[in-house]
Design a protein around this ligand. Structure first.
Ligand SMILES: NC(=O)c1ccc[n+]([C@@H]2O[C@H](COP(=O)([O-])OP(=O)(O)OC[C@H]3O[C@@H](n4cnc5c(N)ncnc54)[C@H](OP(=O)(O)O)[C@@H]3O)[C@@H](O)[C@H]2O)c1
Length: 337
């Protein structure tokens, strides 16, 4: 079978290559999937560039891609909930990364049943961004009906899903985007759209209950300027907080560095009696099944920007790398042989 691999750390053209490899066998608790579609995410590019080496050292070559939609081929010992031919989707665990491949073995607990009103390309666009926003906004921030949430970068893979999720939970959604995407994100359900090319959100907003920081750096620090006293900042692109570092089992030396780096943010949080957490999303089949129901019931819609055939995966990564995607970038393996 054909698989796209990271063969060395670097940029897209020098690091990624297609390889012929054997179809893997599912072990205990695992499922072999024939992949129909995959979607790509900024984390794939970060790993490819070697930016995650301090957290996890890899033995190259390794697979790339964390989102898939496909069909069950066979199951390993102890797996009774899935049968051959069943349509599933997943954000695979970090030990099974490599969804840009014709087949992949996946941990059964990370799989969910594909909503049957979605194509494989649509289903593959959901897991990573869906689980991230669910874990950040609902599980960690505890977003409630009627609360005001600021979602940065509403037109991105994360933002386009998060706007819909927050609306589904009854929140008042404010989002930022560039001029070209203002009407488009309004149609996704945002109540207030701030065109960051023309307006400064810091001058327009105050008393926000929850800031979903998808941009990091200065945006993380500035979140506290628009937050209400006692509000919550949940980041997916900012600085890891000590509690998240502990939960991730990061070694003590790295935890010390993280502790120092997070000090300015924790100081701002304390001044506002606010809550700050950095969320590193986790694969979770049970939560993905819950999210799947929101798509099945058409409460949330998948947002696919472009679909590339498998052989044009490098072009897909180049497009993602522009950071201008409107929704998700998907790879179709339907005609890959
Ligand atoms: N911690 C985690 O577990 C986790 C999980 C998933 C993602 N992430 C991180 O979350 C971030 C977003 O991911 P993504 O998949 O949404 O990326 P993406 O799809 O590549 O984001 C592209 C979007 O960002 C918007 N954008 C860029 N700069 C902006 C700005 N200054 N203000 C408002 N919008 C801006 C662009 O809109 P315009 O063209 O209109 O500017 C574009 O639509 C990435 O840093 C990613 O690494 C973290």
């Amino acid at each position: 079978m054909k698989a796209l691999k990271i063969t060395q750390y670097g940029d897209i053209d020098s690091s990624l290559a297609f390889q012929e490899v054997n179809v893997p066998e599912p072990g205990a608790g695992e499922v072999l999937i024939k992949i129909n579609a995959a979607s790509i995410n900024p984390i794939d590019l970060m790993v490819m560039r070697g930016e995650m080496k301090a957290v996890k050292k890899l033995n190259l070559p390794v697979g790339i891609g964390r989102d898939l939609s496909g069909e069950v081929v066979s199951v390993g010992n102890g797996v009774s909930q899935y049968q051959s031919g069943e349509e599933v989707f997943a954000r695979v665990g970090e030990d099974h990364v490599g969804t840009l491949a014709q087949y992949l073995v996946v941990d059964a607990s990370h799989l969910a049943k594909k909503p049957n009103n979605l194509t494989h390309e649509e289903a593959a666009s959901i897991p990573l961004v869906g689980l991230t926003s669910y874990q950040a906004l609902i599980q960690v921030a505890g977003l409630k009906k009627g609360e005001k949430v600021l979602i940065h970068a509403g037109s991105g893979g994360i933002g386009s899903m998060a706007i819909q999720l927050a609306k589904a939970y009854g929140a008042y959604v404010i989002t930022t985007t560039s001029s070209a995407n203002v009407e488009w994100v309004r149609k996704l359900g945002a109540d207030q759209v701030i065109d960051y090319k023309k307006e400064n959100y810091l001058e327009l907003l105050s008393d926000i209950d929850v800031v979903y920081d998808t941009l990091g750096k200065q945006y993380t620090l500035d979140a506290f300027k628009v937050l209400k006293k006692g509000g919550r900042v949940v980041s997916i692109a900012g600085v890891v907080d000590p509690q998240t570092a502990r939960e991730l089992g990061i070694n003590w030396l790295l935890r010390k560095l993280i502790g120092l780096k997070s000090l300015p943010i924790l100081k701002l949080a304390k001044e506002k009696s606010a809550f700050y957490r950095m969320v590193i999303m986790q694969a979770n089949g049970a939560q993905l099944n819950e999210l799947g129901a929101l798509y099945q019931d058409k409460i949330i819609h998948p947002v696919v920007d472009r679909i590339y055939p498998f052989e044009q995966s490098l072009a897909a990564f180049s497009y993602l790398n522009t950071k201008r995607a409107k929704g998700k970038v998907v790879i179709s393996l339907a005609n890959s042989g």
